[in-house]
Design a protein around this ligand. Structure first.
Ligand code: 6PG
Length: 254
């Protein structure tokens, strides 16, 4: 049964996708701060969200002045098992395009401390930081206001990859996962924690994602394990922001 309960918006190109994502980010930040006094967002890694992050921080765009930076807390949906200054670090990418350019208080940056050689300890450390920040009971999942996710051409999301032992047990918010194709560990929020968010927004761009997007959204789940299909917030809202190239293989919704 195809993925149910989502909204999809198809944007002309990556730039339009970034602008739309920025508009939503500003709106969701304002709503969260109005109702709770803070805005918590788990950021996606990879290259697609860079346009969004740059736009949010840009002094040339109207978004920067609309964001309550002092009340916005930045987390990561996943991280590579590398030190923060490594070229592959998702933290480094976000620092370069956003955190080094926007007035974010250092205490509002909650990175995954992936420099520890023991990936399991990295996951435990991050899980504990979420537990403390969100003041969670044992086994309770963090409730991010917004989770941003990308998707690979193989249907992976965050660091949940096909062919790996996916952390599907309830009660775990973070896992260290061995990814054979990289011969490396990744640290990732689990589906249980991703699905506890108020808003989950996928940002998907490029024709190389088109087949995976069609399978995730429109193909029977029994075909193959595509981790992106595991993401459907229990009480939150799921939005796919995709560009025309990524949407090129979708059947028109009847
Ligand atoms: C990562 C991301 C990963 C990413 C997808 C898409 O750590 O790389 O969390 O899940 O979102 O691989 O990456 P692109 O946006 O670069 O295509």
């Amino acid at each position: 049964m195809p993925s149910a309960g989502y909204e999809i918006q198809i944007l002309e190109n990556p730039e339009a996708l970034g602008r739309r994502a920025a508009e939503l980010f500003v709106h969701q930040a304002g709503e969260a701060v109005k109702t709770k006094g803070t805005f918590t967002v788990a950021l996606a890694g990879g290259s697609t969200p860079k346009g969004l992050y740059s736009l949010l921080a840009s002094k040339d765009s109207s978004f920067r002045t609309q964001i309550p930076w002092d009340k916005t807390h930045f987390f990561w949906g996943d991280e590579r098992h590398v030190r923060p200054g490594h070229i592959d670090s998702n933290y480094r990418m976000v620092y370069e395009v956003l955190l080094s350019k926007a007035p974010v208080p250092p205490e509002n940056v909650h990175r995954i401390r992936a420099e520890n050689q023991d990936a399991g300890r990295v996951a435990e450390d991050y899980e504990r930081s979420l537990h403390d920040f969100f003041q969670l009971a044992e086994g309770e999942m963090p409730g991010f206001d917004l989770v941003l996710l990308g998707m690979g051409a193989d249907g992976h999301t965050a660091s949940l990859f096909p062919g790996t032992a996916l952390p599907l047990e309830q009660g775990r918010s973070v896992a260290a996962l061995w990814v054979e194709k990289f011969k490396a560990y990744r640290i990732s929020l689990t589906p249980a924690s991703l699905n506890n968010a108020a808003y989950v927004t996928f940002l998907v761009s490029g024709s190389e994602k088109a087949e995976a997007l069609r399978k995730v959204l429109q193909e029977d789940e029994s075909s193959e394990i595509l981790p992106a299909r595991l993401i459907h917030p229990s009480d939150g809202r799921l939005l796919w922001l995709v560009d025309r190239a990524a949407a090129s293989r979708l059947e028109p919704s009847g």
